[in-house]
Design a protein around this ligand. Structure first.
Ligand code: CP
Length: 315
């Protein structure tokens, strides 16, 4: 799906499938709305009941802790009803197509579907056949995870308002990462000065995949002078063969340790989208240390998803 297919004839977001090409203004507006909702909630206000009477269905074909839960909390805070569709006991296991499942649930007046699937393009496929409901991509294969890109951008913006001065390194399993792709699209749109990607050769993206980034295989070099360090999970479920044999060796070359973090700018942010593997991707003392904003990322998931739901569904 192209960006244009996410936008309706009035220039409004109709679906959220990818951040690619969405542009600085639209992304900044979503972050501003998320920040306002977060501030209102911190003062004790429940979210404005913008989605009262609306029904949102979580359609997760892959596991999730953060995304599914925070979409549910976000929707409830805006007054919507939420259904967590049980894939295992549904008729998809009897061969019903995803399109027929969607049409069936839309006939029950569902207003939005939050879709996670292992296959690239599944949310776009559903968006192409949705009659009136909005489709929100909660992660498809290694293609995109747009709300993760937005919540990562909000977390960074809380510390650095001027992206034009920012150097960001993303390290780990870039090849299989939808988070890396959405983070790069958000950072590029917001004008980050430099985006570096680092990982072992077998986990680097295909040539030409990220023309806007500098590629590294040496983490000590890649992290130097960075303001933000984003670590990625080793996504073994997306590896067709065991690409990383020795986890201790991986950690020694690509793990984020306190010593390595000291090569970045003083106070550099340490980030991880989760779920994280301590001692493989990131040292426990860094994950729990003063430069870690990992739980801030999690917390920002709720206002970001409120902002996206409100933008798509409230008139
Ligand atoms: N970051 C993220 O997508 O986490 P979950 O898989 O727990 O949703």
């Amino acid at each position: 799906m192209t960006t244009d297919q996410q936008i309706d004839a009035n220039g409004q977001l109709r679906h959220l499938i990818t951040l690619e090409g969405l542009g600085r203004d639209r992304i900044s507006a979503l972050l501003d709305r998320a920040a306002n909702l977060r501030e209102a909630f911190a003062k004790g206000a429940n979210g404005p009941q913008l989605l009262a009477g609306r029904t949102i269905i979580n359609l997760f074909f892959e596991t999730s802790t953060r995304t599914r839960t925070s979409f549910e909390l976000a929707a409830r805070r805006l007054g919507a009803s939420v259904l967590n569709f049980d894939i295992a006991s549904s008729s998809t296991s009897k061969g019903e197509s995803l399109e027929d499942t969607l049409a069936t649930l839309e006939a029950m007046q569902a207003d939005a579907f939050i879709v996670r699937h292992k296959e690239n393009g599944t949310p776009a496929r559903l968006a192409a056949c949705a009659r009136r409901a909005a489709i929100l991509n909660a992660g498809d294969g290694n293609h995109a995870h747009p709300t993760q890109g937005l919540l990562d951008a909000l977390t960074i913006r809380d510390h650095h308002t001027d992206f034009s001065k920012l150097k960001v390194v993303i390290c780990g399993d870039i090849r299989h990462s939808r988070v890396a792709r959405s983070d790069v699209h958000a950072l590029e749109a917001l004008g980050a000065s430099e985006i570096r990607l680092c990982g072992p050769l077998v986990l680097m993206p295909a040539a030409g995949d990220f023309p806007q980034c500098r590629l590294f295989n040496n983490f000590d070099a890649a992290i130097a002078d960075c303001d933000v360090v984003i670590m990625l999970r080793l996504q073994r479920e997306r590896m067709l063969e065991a690409l990383i044999g020795d986890e201790a060796e991986y950690f020694s070359r690509f793990g984020l340790t306190a010593q390595r973090l000291s090569r970045a700018r003083p106070g550099a942010l340490a980030m991880h989208p989760g779920p994280m593997n301590r001692g493989i991707e990131i040292a426990a003392d860094v994950a729990d240390g003063p430069q870690s904003v990992i739980l801030d990322q999690v917390a920002n998931g709720i206002p970001v998803r409120m902002a996206v739901l409100a933008s798509l569904l409230s008139s």
